[in-house]
Design a protein around this ligand. Structure first.
Ligand code: ADP
Ligand code: MG
Length: 479
């Protein structure tokens, strides 16, 4: 039995894909020239006044509804003071005591188990600018384009007990953010980042141990690696009889370790107080209903539709609802092709594999009609699945030819002339009298050998579905 039990709580920051910033009309854009998206409000000139971005509020409510949070009828902003060069106002505007969403949970499926990780809250806040330390040796540059951008902070309760589950929680949040279309969830670009709070306690005890917080993890893999490293590091400390110090730490992605950046003694006194320039956010029941009805059906709902209406397995349904574009592609194809299982097989097999090979860099240019055509060609025995997946699909996805054209040009059409097929089958059976006798005595597995021989004889062109049926007929007939 393990002596120590890890306890993890996550704080996840999501940049919202609003057109403008949280409190002013400055556009939100990535990659613009430094300090070009900055009005006097972003720059915190005296006398400027903030105004709340409606879209940001609605995004927060949507995510809250998706995770089953309670939506506060009234929430408000507080000032959180600290000094940093890329924070021109000298305070961040956040929802300290009255967040817009409270409670709720992240649901995760682990094989056959349904896990639920309680949320503490989701609140709105604005982002700081960026300090760039590595451009000049003797100076730090400040880019305030990001200053004032709308963020959601999602805070879990300390109810996660291993690194895999923590990573799964972050993945689920990213999936939902993308599904709702409220952010791009791009962790590499810093649009979704995770702080992991980790502590250890003696297994079987209830009281929480002293935590460390690893800041700004910008990939799901790093979340897992950082937590694993911290658990091991703290375990060793406790085993040596040392005390854990409350600390803020950073992750070193080049060797998967963490290092201390701030001790507790330096803990901030943020001097919170309600922002007098911002009115409370009021969400009436009417507004809540309107936001709810503007939301897309959630992945869990689509997963059950895929199983009931489209007869997919639970696994396939879960896979297709990892991403809304996948579901939309499935739906568009299913509208013109009734072979739903084949659509799923293609999407989760050759199409996914192709995308992985391209590192997701190339967009999936395949049109639903093209996939429907491929499936039809395989169904009708015109081409084999292997040829369709390995030869025709890669050409089809980069060009404008139809699957049939490609198959014709490549010489990949299956032989459907039954006379020719019968000849091949009979030749094979004549050449293998012992195996035929063995089959007739009950070694039914030999059918694969016969089919394989016919395939060889036809140089891969025989319609094997037809061949199999015909072989079985020949072998069970009395002659
Ligand atoms: P702080 O005020 O230091 O930010 P909070 O109580 O607001 O701490 O919690 C921040 C995050 O840390 C939450 O996700 C919470 O679940 C988690 N957390 C708090 N205490 C612990 C602990 N002892 N071990 C692990 N996680 C913790
Ligand atoms: Mg914190």
């Amino acid at each position: 039995m393990q002596r120590y039990e890890p306890v993890i709580g996550l704080e996840i920051h999501v940049q919202l894909a609003t057109q403008s910033k949280l409190f002013c009309g400055d556009p939100v854009q990535f990659g613009a020239a430094p300090n070009t998206l900055v009005s006097p409000i972003s720059l915190a000139y005296p006398g400027t006044l903030p105004r709340i971005n409606q879209q940001a509020v609605e995004s927060a409510v949507q995510l809250g509804l998706a995770f089953g949070c309670g939506i506060a009828p009234i929430s408000y902003f507080a000032r959180k003071h600290y000094f940093y060069p890329d924070l021109p106002r000298g305070y961040q505007t956040s929802q300290h005591t009255h967040p817009i969403c409270a409670g709720g949970a992240i649901q995760i499926k682990e094989e056959t188990r349904n896990l639920s990780f309680a949320l503490n809250r989701i609140h709105l806040e604005d982002d700081a600018g960026k300090s760039i330390h590595d451009l000049y040796e003797d100076a730090t540059c400040i880019d305030l384009n990001r200053a004032g951008t709308a963020l959601l902070e999602i805070v879990t309760e300390p109810v996660i007990y291993n690194a895999e589950h923590a990573a799964a929680v972050v993945a689920e949040i990213r999936k939902m953010v993308r599904w709702l279309g409220i952010g791009d969830g791009n962790m590499e670009a810093g649009n979704l980042r995770c702080d992991a709070n980790i502590s250890l306690r003696l297994a079987g005890t209830k009281e929480l141990g002293t935590k460390v917080e690893v800041k700004n993890l910008n990939s799901i893999r790093f979340v897992k690696k950082a937590i694993e490293f911290e658990i091991e590091r703290m375990e060793k400390m406790l085993e040596r009889g040392e005390k854990i110090q409350q600390q803020t730490r950073s992750f070193n992605a080049s060797n998967f370790t963490t290092f201390a950046t701030r001790e507790k003694e330096e803990a901030h006194d943020y001097r919170y107080f309600p922002d007098p320039d911002l009115p409370p956010i009021r969400i009436t029941q009417e507004r809540l209903n309107a936001i709810q009805s503007s939301m897309p059906a959630l992945p869990s709902e689509i997963t059950s539709i895929l199983q009931t209406k489209y007869s997919l397995s639970e696994y396939d349904a879960e896979q297709i609802t990892q991403d809304k574009t996948e579901w939309q592609f499935f739906l568009a194809t299913a509208n013109i092709c009734a072979n739903y299982k084949s659509i799923a097989n293609w999407m989760l097999g050759p199409i996914r594999q192709w995308r992985n090979e391209k590192n997701n860099e190339e967009e999936n240019m395949l049109q639903p009609a093209q996939l429907a055509e491929l499936i039809e060609l395989v169904e009708s025995g015109t081409v084999s699945f292997t040829i369709a997946a390995q030869k025709i699909f890669p050409i089809m996805i980069t060009g404008s030819q139809s699957a049939l054209q490609i198959a014709e040009e490549g010489g990949w059409l299956q032989e459907k002339d039954t006379q020719q097929l019968e000849t091949w089958v009979n030749e094979v059976l004549a050449a293998m009298p012992e195996q035929v006798a063995a089959y007739k005595k009950g070694k039914k597995g030999l059918i694969g050998v016969f089919v394989g021989e016919v395939k060889k004889r036809s140089r891969g062109k025989a319609d094997l579905k037809w061949v199999t049926t015909y072989l079985e007929q020949q072998l069970t007939s009395t002659k």
